[in-house]
Design a protein around this ligand. Structure first.
Ligand SMILES: [Zn+2]
Length: 219
């Protein structure tokens, strides 16, 4: 059954299946198929039941795909570490994780992500400069569909696991109240250089709105 909210339409939802991980964690898993502006994308919802507690924020991780790290185990970034750590947290606290397959490479897609890595390796460019050379913003991810899924689950307030303040700001702008932010900082030495290149969350929240909409390419 489809559900429409403004420019977004939920076309389909899978049945819930049980998922047991190699390290013994037990989750429930379902998928969403959503159409936005004519583009259809799929998203996974991984959760530990029951995550609904009346009147309390739900511990939530919004996770964008990083195939190089999540699938192939590349240690260039800390994405796989963050995903595993967030899974452990939502398992322990009965939270949920939304995995966006369509936001690879901070939203620029897999091919352009590999082009950006090549530019960084060959010419020593920063990721922001490499993205710019390819005609992209430093981060093109959009969390509108995260909000659509949360609202479909009747969740309007969350404790958000993230190092990305823009994610929290966007969710707030889409009507999801972010009660607390829980950072995920890898203690592993191999990630230190990567983390140094990223801006981590400021000490206060909520922050002023970010001027990112001007460079958003309208996916
Ligand atoms: Zn990554």
């Amino acid at each position: 059954m489809s559900t429409t909210e403004n420019d977004c339409e939920i076309l389909d939802r899978s049945p819930v299946i049980r998922l047991r991980t190699e390290n013994g964690l037990n989750f429930l898993l379902k998928s969403y198929k959503i159409q936005r502006n004519g583009q259809v994308s799929e998203h996974a919802l991984l959760y530990k039941s029951p995550f609904m507690r009346t009147g309390l924020p739900v511990l939530t991780r919004i996770n964008s795909a990083c195939f190089t790290s999540d699938i192939f185990g590349c240690v260039r970034c800390d994405c796989n570490w963050q995903l595993r750590e967030a899974m452990r947290m939502i398992h322990d606290k009965s939270g949920l994780l939304i995995y966006h397959f369509n936001q690879e490479g901070r939203g620029i897609g897999f091919t352009d992500k590999l082009k950006s890595i090549s530019l960084m390796d060959i010419s020593g460019k920063s990721s922001a400069d490499a993205f710019r050379e390819l005609g992209h913003c430093a981060d093109e991810r959009d969390y509108r569909l995260s909000a659509v899924i949360l609202k479909d689950l009747k969740i309007d307030q969350i404790d958000l696991i993230t190092n990305n303040i823009d994610k929290a700001s966007q969710l707030m702008s889409y009507g999801i109240h972010v009660n607390h932010i829980l950072p995920l900082i890898s203690p592993e030495e191999r990630h230190s250089q990567y983390l140094a290149s990223k801006s981590l969350i400021p000490a206060t929240f909520p922050p002023p709105p970010l001027p990112r909409k001007n460079c958003y390419r309208g996916r």
